[in-house]
Ligand binder design. Structure first.
Ligand code: ASP
Length: 286
């Protein structure tokens, strides 16, 4: 069985007009990852390619189009985990790496460490020939206007993520974000934190989105472990129910080793897309 599920963030859309386009991008990201899996590619490569599509699309809060922090700059976080080896890679506070998900993958594969931040992460990216761009590359007119209104639009963050299962039964989870709008410089959310923003092992993989400070309270992506014995759908349901009891707002996507997928959120909406063996076209929604 091969399968992939992606999300384009929990919260609410900046405008209703954006919704169909965003759902289409979720479907396209799922389809792109699925093609890789179909051609015997790895779950890691499928999840990375799906996330990269969102990073290059300026409507999502990852890569180009990220929300600005209080200083008017973009700071990016990313994370990835290979459920087979339990190796992970994460980066935070990055300002010039065009595709932070590629940096997370490179940290996982080429560094003896699991998490690099700020200048050190960027130096590592440069040494490994990742594309470097000026901070202004990430800043779109729309996100600049939001910044100028000084709005901490915490409900409208659109982090992106993907979980994939390949032909060899390996699961991978990948996440990329610009964090919450108008955040303090140096703020790190859940996304690059293993167990909170993302997790994968040989049973399931998950990626969270929403208010990072809430997600960390519940250690959301790892929390699924508490309930996985009763199936992925039940586990995801319970996980979000626990979060609600903690007054947290977030969403999560998850996938198990049989290719069963689940998603759940307690925010107004969450953009998602998925595709698995037997489906001719991807499905998506909010
Ligand atoms: N979880 C992300 C953060 O708090 C934001 C998001 O999911 O949109 O950094």
């Amino acid at each position: 069985m091969i399968a992939i599920i992606v999300h384009g963030g929990a919260g609410k859309a900046n405008s209703k007009e954006e919704i169909p386009g965003r759902i289409e991008t979720c479907k396209y990201a799922a389809k792109t990852g699925f093609k890789i899996l179909k051609n015997s590619g790895s779950a890691i490569d499928a999840a990375v390619e799906a996330v990269k599509i969102f990073e290059d699309d300026s409507f999502f809060n990852a890569g180009k189009g990220t929300y600005l922090n209080k200083k008017g700059e973009v700071e990016l976080d990313s994370g990835i985990m290979d459920g087979e080896s339990l190796k992970s890679g994460a980066a935070s506070g990055v300002k010039h790496v065009k595709n932070p998900i590629l940096l997370a993958k490179m940290i996982m594969e080429k560094s003896p460490h699991r998490f690099l931040i700020s200048e050190g992460a960027e130096e590592f990216a440069m040494r490994n020939q990742l594309e470097i761009v000026p901070n202004s590359y990430f800043i779109t007119k729309e996100k600049r206007e939001i910044y100028l209104k000084k709005l901490n639009k915490i409900q409208e963050s659109d982090t992106v993520g993907a979980v994939a299962l390949d032909k060899k039964g390996r699961i991978a989870s990948a996440v990329s974000t610009g964090g919450t709008p108008f955040k303090e410089e140096g703020r790190v959310g859940d996304s690059p934190i293993i167990g909170s923003g993302f997790f994968a092992n040989d049973i399931y993989g998950a990626v969270a989105t929403g208010i990072g400070e809430d997600i960390m309270k519940a250690v959301l992506s790892f929390r699924i472990n508490l309930y996985i014995g009763k199936g992925i759908e039940y586990a995801v349901e319970q996980t979000i129910s626990d979060l609600t009891k903690l007054n947290g707002k977030a969403g999560i996507i998850a996938l198990d080793k049989q290719g069963n997928m689940a998603y759940k959120y307690n925010t107004e909406m969450m953009f998602y897309g998925f595709m698995k063996e037997g489906m001719k076209e991807p499905e998506g929604g909010i």
